[in-house]
Design a protein around this ligand. Structure first.
Ligand code: GDP
Length: 330
């Protein structure tokens, strides 16, 4: 039994007061901005979260001072250095160091200032490269990582352990969620360093605009991935904050995956690109399959709402609109 009298599977009912002060760390990023929109939709009136130009979460003193001045009651830790397979594989030192510093600073400050509820966002890449699919939360630390994202994975696992340690040592009802590959409005569309879905949107769009007869995507196209719209992740985050209190992380996904080749067909369709598609097998494939077992989340009464075809069409519309208005991040 814990603070909220949770059932053995962590189920609780602990609605958040809509006037409580919520700090969304990483509130300008893909996940954090979706969480922010969700909180506004749900009637939260005191959501805070400075941009990185105002508060660099890697700077410990600045983070502690900011917490002392702002005193949030609830924290959603969605801030991280993130990127696609090439960014992770070529900048492991930054991925390890930045993510460790961001997490330790925010979690320590939250601890020092008695934050009552905290949700830490990890990633599905924390799980072993070769493990039973769909991946259950229990697979954590049972095998070796995919080498293209081991630095990021180790940092995120340290975050999960810090949350568990705080629960154990101080009895605070903090929790962790592990989202699968995310996409949606506000994503990073960098041609080299973004994740596959925004990369494909950009590549197919540019090929359509220039009349290019073919596009070349990375790898073999055979790896399987699962994609969750950021708005669905945000819904899950609030649901977990109000319905879950236990040590173990909770996977957040759709429970369905597809090959990168199938994903490319969906994106080409959404963009209206009619040329041919080739695959550059000199580029890395990464892990062969990454599908989350979402039964823990389903048992807590949550399911995603946005289908992949619909989500890609909406994200493509967002991309075009922001490309034209010059407000894309890359
Ligand atoms: P991962 O899930 O950590 O491997 O991250 P990504 O989203 O970067 O890549 C997923 C898969 O898509 C990998 O198999 C990539 O090789 C493949 N892929 C195909 N084309 C691209 C591309 O243009 N950019 C990225 N990032 N991945 C691509």
């Amino acid at each position: 039994m814990n603070a909220f009298g949770a059932a053995s599977d962590g189920r609780v009912r602990c609605p958040l007061d809509r006037s409580t002060r919520v700090f969304v760390a990483g509130g300008r990023g893909l996940a954090g901005s979706a969480v922010w929109r969700q909180l506004a939709r749900e009637g939260f009136t005191d959501v805070v979260g400075p941009g990185s130009e105002e508060l660099d979460l890697r700077e410990r003193r600045a983070v502690l001072d900011w917490f002392a001045a702002t005193r949030p009651d609830v924290v959603v830790l969605a801030a991280a250095r993130v990127g696609g397979i090439k960014a992770n594989a070529t900048q492991p030192a930054q991925f390890l160091s930045d993510n460790l510093r961001i997490q330790v600073n925010v979690l320590d400050a939250a601890m020092e200032h008695g934050v009552e509820r905290l949700l830490f966002l990890g990633s599905s890449c924390i799980y072993p490269k070769f493990t039973e699919q769909p991946i259950r939360e229990e697979a954590l630390l049972t095998g070796r990582f995919e080498p293209t994202n081991d630095a990021y994975a180790i940092a995120k696992i340290a975050g999960i352990l810090q949350v568990q340690a705080v629960r154990r040592q101080h009895g605070l009802p903090w929790i962790s969620a592990m989202p699968t590959n995310l996409y949606g409005p506000g994503d990073n569309f960098h041609p080299e360093y973004s994740h596959v879905l925004p990369s494909l949107i950009r590549r197919f769009h540019e090929a359509k605009e220039s009349g290019a007869p073919r596009v070349v995507n990375w790898g073999s196209g055979t790896p399987r991935r699962e994609f969750l719209h950021a708005d669905d992740l945000a819904g899950a985050c609030l649901h977990l904050l109000e319905h879950y209190d236990a040590d173990g992380p909770v996977n957040v996904g759709t429970g369905t995956d597809l090959t990168i080749r199938e994903l490319a067909e969906l994106v080409a369709d959404a963009v209206g690109y009619r040329g041919s598609v080739q695959w550059d097998t000199k580029q890395p494939d990464g892990t062969p399959r990454k599908l989350l077992d979402v039964s823990r989340l389903t048992a807590l009464g949550w399911a995603p709402r946005i289908g992949l075809r619909e989500g890609i069409a909406q994200t493509y519309a967002w991309y075009v609109e922001n490309l034209e208005s010059g407000t894309l991040r890359h």
